[in-house]
Structure formats: C-alpha cells, structure tokens
Design a binder for this molecule. Structure first.
Ligand code: HEC
Ligand code: HEC
Ligand code: HEC
Ligand code: HEC
Ligand code: HEC
Ligand code: HEC
Length: 421
C-alpha cells in the first residue's frame, strides 16, 4: 500500500514538473513572439496604424481585440485587396469605412509572422489599458501655477478666516459669561437708534485697532493680488487657442481630413527647412481650376491670382497676394526649425499642432512657451538608429577621432536653415 502511494506521489510530482515547464515554455514563447511582432509592426505598419488611435487605418489595439477571427485577420494583412475583391463582407465594410484607401499587401509575411504581430498588438493594447500611466505624456500643459493650487490657497484662507471668526465669537461669549458670573456685567439697557449707530461705529473702530485682524486682511489681499498677477504674467503673450479669421474659408477638416491630402502636399517646407511654409495659391489651382468653380470662395483664389475662369488666362497685373493671417508666431529671439523636429526627430505634426485634420479653421493648439519646448526636450527620447542625421554626426565623430580633416560643412554648416530664418 505504502509503495503505491509513493509511486502516486512521484508520478504527480513529475506531472506537475512537466506542466510547469510547459507553461514556462509557452510564456517564454509568447514573449519571443511579441518581440518579433513588435519589430515587424514598427517596420511595416506604423506608417498607417497606431495601437491606440486612428491614423490612416483604424486603431489596431481595439480593432484586433474586437476581431478575434485570426484566420481572417491573417488573410487581410497578407492581402486585403484579395478579400475585398472576393466580396468578404467584413473586408468590404471596413474598406468602405476608410474611404476605400487601399492597405498595402504584406504577402512576404508568413502566417507565423502575422500571428506575432497580432500577439504583440493585443498584449501592448492590454498593457496600455491596464496601466494608464504608460500613455504618452501630453505635451501641452497649462503654464503658470495650476488652478488647483490657486483654488486650494483660497480655500485655506477662507477656512482660516472662518476659524478665527468662530474663535472670536467663543472668546467673547466666554468673557461675557465670566463677567456675568462676577456680577460685573452692566444691565442691558434699551438702546435708541442713535446709540446703536454709535455702538456699531465703535465696533468698527475696535476692529480696526485689532492689529492681528488688520494684518490678516492685508495678508489675504497681498496673496490674492499676488496670485492674480502671477497668473496674468505667466499667460502674457501666450496665445494658445488663437484662431484668427482667414480671408478664405479654407478648411483643413475637408482637405486634410476627408480628402486625406498629406500635410506636406501643401506645407512642403516642413520636412526640409525651418519653415513649414504656407502654400502658394497655384497649389490650390491644381484642383480648383476645375473643382467648385462656381463657389464665391474659390473666386477669391481666382481674383488673387488674376485668373479669369472664362478664358482660363492669368493676368499678372491684376494679381494681389492672399493675406493669410498667421496663427503661430514665435518671437524673433527664439529659433524653431521644422525639419529638425519633423524629419530628424520624427515628430508628428499633430503632436504640436493638434488634430489639424479635424479643424475647420486652424487654431493654436500648443502654448508655444519656452516651458513647453523644454519639457518636451526633457521627456522625448532621441532615436539615433537608422537616422541619417545621427549617422552623419557619428561619421564626423569617427573622422575627428582618427584625426582626419573635418570641415564645418560636414557638420551641416552649409545647410540653408542653419544660418537663415
Ligand atoms: C499604407 C497604409 C497601411 C499600412 C502600411 C498598413 N495598413 Fe492596415 N489598414 C490600412 C487601412 C487604410 C485600413 C482600413 C481598411 C481599408 O481602407 O483598406 C487598414 C485596416 C487594417 C486592419 C483591419 C482589418 C479588419 O477587417 O478589421 C488590420 C487588422 C490591419 N490594417 C493591420 C495591419 C498590419 C498588421 C499592418 C503591418 C503589417 C498594416 N495594417 C499596415 C492601411 C495600412
Ligand atoms: C490643400 C493644402 C493644405 C493641406 C493639405 C494642409 N494645409 Fe495646413 N494650411 C494650408 C493653408 C492655405 C493655410 C493658411 C490658412 C489657414 O491658416 O487656415 C494653412 C495653415 C496651417 C497651419 C497654421 C499656420 C499658421 O499660420 O501658423 C498649420 C499649423 C497647418 N496648416 C498644419 C497642417 C497640417 C498638420 C496638415 C496635415 C494634417 C495640413 N496643414 C494640411 C493649406 C494646407
Ligand atoms: C487635391 C485637390 C484640392 C486642392 C489641392 C485644394 N482643394 Fe479646395 N477643395 C477640393 C475639393 C474636392 C473640395 C470640395 C468640393 C465639394 O464640396 O464638393 C474643395 C473645397 C474647397 C473650398 C470650399 C468651397 C465651397 O464653396 O464649398 C474652399 C474654400 C477651398 N477648397 C479652398 C482651397 C484652397 C485655399 C486651397 C489651397 C490652399 C485648396 N482648396 C486646395 C479640392 C482641393
Ligand atoms: C515640435 C513641434 C512642431 C511640430 C512637430 C510641427 N510644428 Fe509646425 N510649428 C511649430 C512652431 C513652434 C511654429 C511657430 C514657428 C515660428 O513662429 O517661427 C510652427 C509653425 C507652423 C506653420 C506656420 C508657418 C511656418 O512655417 O512657421 C505651419 C504651416 C506649420 N507649423 C505646419 C506644420 C506641419 C505641416 C507639420 C508636420 C509636417 C508641423 N508643423 C510640425 C511647431 C511644430
Ligand atoms: C514634441 C516635442 C518637442 C517640442 C514641443 C519641441 N521640441 Fe525641439 N526637439 C525635439 C526633439 C525630439 C529634438 C531632437 C531631434 C533630433 O535632433 O533628433 C529636438 C531638437 C531641437 C533643437 C536642436 C537641438 C540640437 O542641437 O540638435 C532645437 C534648436 C529645438 N529642438 C528647438 C525647439 C524650440 C524652440 C521649441 C519650442 C518652440 C521646441 N524645440 C519644441 C522635440 C520637441
Ligand atoms: C554659413 C551661413 C549661411 C548658409 C549655410 C547659407 N547662407 Fe545665405 N546668407 C548668409 C549670410 C551671412 C547672408 C547675408 C550676406 C549679405 O547680406 O551680404 C546670406 C544671404 C543670402 C541671401 C540674400 C538675402 C538678401 O536679402 O540679400 C540669399 C537669397 C541666401 N543667403 C540664400 C541661401 C540659401 C538658399 C542657402 C542654402 C543653400 C544659404 N543661403 C545658406 C549665410 C548663410
């Protein structure tokens, strides 16, 4: 009998061991999968997808969590157009939802590769939901002391004031009681109006003589004025939310949002120079020569260019510049370069300008204060891998180390944007 129970014990132990190993192996496998998936996701999908928000394509976190048919997803990722062509109802639905923008086919990815990407996205999305602190830092923060600080200060002052009032009342009552006990309190007399008035005046005079009270009131006044001017000064010249009226009702929501024109189609400078630049009206004419020709808004473009839609001829003598009102404006003492941020830093326009593609009229989304610049510089990690800018710096670094000749030109000294505003 004893033997049997011994054997049983040993057997159950080894079963437990094997089970443990299998579970361990599986989790290790899952981790490896997610890591492989991350590499593929970053290389192939981030151009159009983010995990948490919609970009050109849907937010993949929620999408891959609600859609659980992995076989369908694999087919979709490897060749979405084949599914659309085969009239797969799910595929057709999402294709239409995204204005029939074609997703690139990834036939080079094996089923396992795709599985890894899906695992990565699902685990990452779960992590994001579990741990809200992992969400990317919001770059815009109100400048100056937060309103919470100001309000709690006011609250503390109010409470202190009430406590003092109550204490005063208590002391007065106690004094009266004491005097009463000693029989020293004069009999209350009937007071006339005149006397009441005089009494009140006397109380005010007494209060004014109370140094503690006067000090307290002056202190409150100073704190209130101080915080008011502190907030005002912090916000001087901060034009967050500034939204001037433009000469033409041009809408980013329509052109960049609904029509999905790339930002650089119009703001060509953003990737290669300091200024993002406002497009010339010729860019608009690429389409508006034939689109909405009857609209009075579009006729403003024609007038500015001296263009006659009936003859399709330009008359440069009638041309006058379009006076767009500048929304963002740093003072001249600060140097900001778009290409350094957009191209080298790989920062999305929306990080600084907000969801422009959803704005009917553009407004200043970020405060554009020095604190705003500095905070982002402290928080943002620079990505040095596969970045031509850093490759050139590293190359120069190697040359200097080897004692070879390095000119300022090698360090970017002949790029226009380094010297010119
Ligand atoms: C060129 C842009 C682009 C790239 C790159 C891209 N996608 Fe997409 N994706 C889209 C668009 C747009 C849609 C929406 C459907 C449509 O219009 O075709 C979409 C939809 C999807 C869907 C939803 C399918 C459904 O029916 O729920 C998944 C999943 C997906 N993409 C995964 C990926 C993965 C994984 C990668 C990288 C391997 C990737 N995408 C790369 C543009 C892209
Ligand atoms: C079809 C051309 C076109 C496209 C595409 C376009 N823009 Fe613009 N953008 C303009 C014009 C014209 C103005 C000037 C009028 C105005 O402020 O609305 C402008 C103004 C702006 C401004 C304000 C500039 C200032 O005065 O400070 C920002 C910021 C901006 N665009 C960002 C973007 C971003 C981000 C995208 C991509 C999502 C984009 N734009 C796409 C034409 C375009
Ligand atoms: C890629 C083509 C394209 C470009 C470039 C383009 N637009 Fe448009 N625009 C359109 C289309 C399409 C519509 C919408 C027509 C409709 O409502 O059916 C439109 C509508 C408009 C409208 C609204 C007209 C109305 O009365 O409803 C204005 C204003 C406008 N565009 C101004 C501009 C300006 C200014 C530029 C240059 C900075 C520009 N567009 C560049 C295609 C373009
Ligand atoms: C790191 C933050 C940041 C990013 C990213 C960024 N911008 Fe800007 N943008 C600014 C600041 C700051 C100004 C004001 C510059 C000035 O007044 O000198 C500005 C000004 C502009 C202007 C006004 C004209 C000009 O050139 O000064 C346009 C248009 C513009 N941005 C478009 C874009 C577009 C399009 C992108 C994406 C390709 C983009 N920005 C990315 C911060 C940013
Ligand atoms: C959204 C984050 C962000 C904001 C906001 C931002 N920057 Fe930057 N900035 C970066 C990053 C990231 C880099 C590094 C890019 C690179 O060289 O890899 C950078 C680089 C720079 C550099 C070049 C530093 C060097 O020597 O290479 C200057 C100058 C600069 N920023 C100025 C500004 C100014 C001025 C503002 C505010 C008006 C600003 N930035 C706002 C992220 C930001
Ligand atoms: C090393 C600094 C530096 C670089 C790099 C540089 N410039 Fe200049 N640039 C200057 C200086 C300084 C002046 C003013 C010279 C003068 O007034 O005689 C100037 C003047 C100019 C002018 C004449 C402006 C006027 O009002 O007369 C133009 C145009 C110009 N540069 C264009 C460019 C272009 C385009 C590039 C890039 C290919 C470039 N520069 C690169 C320093 C530079």
């Amino acid at each position: 009998m004893r033997n049997i129970s011994l054997i049983f014990k040993q057997f159950s132990r080894s079963v437990l061991l094997v089970a443990g190993l299998v579970v361990y192996g599986l989790t290790a496998q899952a981790q490896a999968d997610a890591a492989k998936g991350e590499a593929i996701f970053k290389a192939k999908c981030t151009a159009c997808h983010k995990i948490e928000t919609r970009l050109t394509g849907p937010a993949l976190g929620p999408q891959l969590t609600s859609e659980t048919d992995d076989a369908y997803l694999t087919k979709w990722i490897q060749n979405s157009q084949a599914l659309v062509a085969a009239k797969n109802p799910k595929a057709v639905k999402i294709f239409n939802e995204f204005n029939q923008v074609t997703m690139t086919s990834f036939e080079e990815l094996s089923d396992a590769d795709v599985g890894n990407v899906i695992t990565y996205v699902r685990t990452e999305w779960k992590k994001m939901q579990d741990d809200t602190s992992k969400k990317p830092p919001v770059p815009t923060e109100p400048s100056g002391p937060s309103s919470l600080v100001v309000w709690s200060l006011i609250g503390v002052i109010l409470i202190a004031f009430i406590v003092i009032l109550v204490l005063n009342k208590v002391i007065a009552t106690l004094e009266r009681l004491l005097l009463n006990k000693q029989g020293l309190l004069p009999e209350e007399e009937e007071t006339t109006d005149e006397e009441a008035k005089a009494n009140r005046l006397a109380t005010v005079k007494k209060l004014l003589k109370n140094k503690k009270l006067v000090f307290f009131i002056v202190l409150c006044g100073t704190i209130a004025m101080g915080s008011f001017s502190w907030v005002t000064m912090w916000n001087t010249n901060v034009h967050q939310g500034y939204q001037p009226v433009q000469p033409i009702k041009y809408s980013h929501e329509l052109h960049a949002g609904v029509m999905k024109l790339e930002c650089q189609y119009c703001h060509t400078g953003a990737f290669k120079s300091k200024n993002a630049s406002i497009p010339s009206l010729n860019v608009c004419m690429n389409c508006h020569k034939s689109v909405k020709t009857e609209s009075p808004e579009i006729h403003k473009i024609y007038d500015a260019l001296g263009y006659d839609p009936n003859t399709a001829k330009y008359d440069s003598t009638k041309a006058k510049p379009m006076q767009w009102v500048r929304v963002h404006n740093l003072p001249d003492l600060a140097y900001f370069n778009h290409s350094q941020h957009v191209k080298v830093g790989n920062i999305k326009c929306q990080t600084c300008h907000g969801q422009v593609q959803e704005m009917k009229e553009v407004y200043q989304y970020s405060p554009l204060t020095m604190k705003w610049c500095i905070q982002c510089h402290k928080r943002t990690e620079v990505n040095g891998k596969g970045n031509a800018y850093y490759d050139s710096i590293l190359a120069a670094h190697d040359k200097i180390k080897k004692g070879e000749k390095v000119t300022a030109a090698v360090l970017g000294g002949i790029e226009c944007g380094k010297c010119h505003y």
